[in-house]
Design a binder for this molecule. Structure first.
Ligand SMILES: Nc1ncnc2c1ncn2[C@@H]1O[C@H](COP(=O)(O)OP(=O)(O)OP(=O)(O)O)[C@@H](O)[C@H]1O
Ligand SMILES: O=P(O)(O)OC[C@H]1O[C@H](OP(=O)(O)OP(=O)(O)O)[C@H](O)[C@@H]1O
Ligand SMILES: [Mg+2]
Length: 286
């Protein structure tokens, strides 16, 4: 029988779309019917399991799944026998402490002797121990932000992204406990056949991730600026230079990092670049 790598992803929720999109952009042809909990890629030796995200670390530890995509917060909370093998740049959020607005929060010591509602008791325990604070932990599985308002707790520790849930529940964020994003976790041991499939998949994922963080850039510039512009956008090896029919001018093609994109554009314009075109890159193999 042919070996299949089993990948567990969230059935529905905040991670589902990003996880499926990543696998599809990596060239895997996957059909996901509404109530389908298991499917095999048509063109790659992979089987996808659709599960509750909280259960994924256990499935990976038990080797029911070989790898899984979860939030780093869930990986840290569950403390299962999993390896974190790749950060994926989506579902970015933070796990934060929040207290009712209007409370005079003076620092972590404020939490001493208080009650904290959270779905992440292990992470909160670790945070409190690190700061030598003793507090009660009230574990609830959802709608955590409601807890102070109904007298269930003095503070909460939950996921924050835009902060709008905190705002609409009259809470203020006071401590960032951890930053999180979607990650790939793997069981500690994989057979050589499965490891080979995983390596192939990780290579593709890296190409997709790099492409998302980069843009292809084309511009026209006077020949005397080529050297300076090359220093600003060196590209993968070096830019491509194509002479224009207009004497003394060239077209320069390169790759630019999404993160410092606007800064680079300003520098390029200073050096006389004109007709700048910026286009997305679909895959990038270095
Ligand atoms: N507002 C947000 N912005 C960005 N990422 C988020 C946000 N909320 C949650 N996440 C990330 O997505 C993960 C899944 O969140 P979701 O709310 O879908 O979980 P859930 O309700 O526990 O789902 P399930 O039904 O699978 O148990 C979280 O563990 C976190 O890493
Ligand atoms: O800072 P914000 O942008 O408001 O996001 C934070 C909220 O997002 C998540 O809940 P979600 O909306 O996924 O609903 P859930 O309670 O069903 O998990 C999380 O549990 C927070 O409540
Ligand atoms: Mg869950």
């Amino acid at each position: 029988m042919n070996t299949l790598l089993r990948i567990a992803i969230q059935k529905s929720g905040r991670l589902q779309e990003g996880s499926l999109e990543l696998l599809k952009e990596s060239g895997l042809s996957i059909s996901n019917g509404k109530d389908q909990l298991k499917t095999q890629a048509r063109n790659f030796p992979v089987e996808v399991l659709f599960l509750r995200d909280d259960d994924i670390p256990q499935y990976v530890e038990d080797q029911v799944a070989d790898i899984g995509i979860v939030g780093e917060n869930v990986f840290a909370e569950k403390k299962k026998d999993n390896r974190l093998i790749k950060r994926l740049d989506f579902s970015k959020c933070r796990l934060s402490m929040a207290v009712p607005r209007g409370e005079n929060y003076t620092g972590v010591q404020w939490l001493q002797g208080k009650n904290i509602a959270t779905s992440y008791p292990n992470i909160v325990k670790g945070f409190l121990a690190k700061h030598n604070v003793e507090a009660g932990i009230h574990e609830i599985s959802g709608s955590v932000e409601i807890a102070p308002g109904i007298g269930l707790a003095d503070a909460i520790c939950d996921i924050v992204s835009t902060g709008s849930t905190l705002l609409s529940n009259g809470l203020q964020e006071v401590e960032i406990v951890m930053q999180s994003e979607a990650v790939i976790i793997a069981s500690p041991t994989l057979s050589p056949e499965k490891q080979k499939i995983l390596d192939k998949l990780l290579f593709r994922i890296e190409a997709v991730k790099k492409a998302k963080n980069s843009k292809y850039i084309l511009l026209n510039c006077p020949n005397e600026s080529i050297e300076k512009i090359t220093q600003v956008i060196p590209g993968m090896k070096s830019p491509t230079i194509i002479p224009l029919t207009r004497a003394g001018w060239s077209s320069l093609h390169s790759v630019v990092d999404e993160n410092d994109f606007w800064e680079r554009i300003d520098q390029l314009r200073e050096f006389g670049a004109e007709g700048i075109l910026v286009v997305p890159i679909e895959k990038m193999i270095v």
